[in-house]
Design a protein around this ligand. Structure first.
Ligand code: SF4
Ligand code: SF4
Length: 103
């Protein structure tokens, strides 16, 4: 005799993914602590003489494609960008901040 197993679908939050994020972390200050080959046109100097990724008036990194919200220099992106992990506490913080702004 077969028995039916009740199946309940629990609605879940969409998984944390860069494809459902407005590149929140690309608005943060990104210091260049190693030379990964970032083109000079994307580099600015901060008040203390350190090199950082240039940000445009809209707040996002100059190397971000505004249409696709993807990094245009992915292969040579700074170390800090490489180490910023999707779904890490820092990532979730940035995403939360963005949700609150647009709410
Ligand atoms: S790492 Fe996190 S904050 Fe950055 S783009 Fe991906 S999901 Fe958004
Ligand atoms: S270099 Fe690329 S990954 Fe890093 S902040 Fe700029 S657009 Fe984002």
């Amino acid at each position: 005799m077969s028995q039916s197993i009740p199946h309940i679908q629990v609605p879940s939050e969409p998984a944390v993914s860069c494809s459902n994020c407005a590149a929140c972390c690309c608005q943060l200050e990104v210091m260049l602590i190693t030379d990964t080959g970032v083109p000079p046109r994307y580099i600015a100097t901060d008040d203390w003489g350190g090199e950082v990724m240039l940000r445009l008036d809209d707040g996002w990194c100059a190397a971000l494609d505004r249409d696709s919200m993807r990094c245009t220099i992915y292969e040579v992106r700074p170390l800090i960008c490489r180490e910023f992990e999707t779904a890490s506490p820092e990532c979730l913080d940035e995403r939360k901040g963005m949700t609150e702004i647009y709410r």
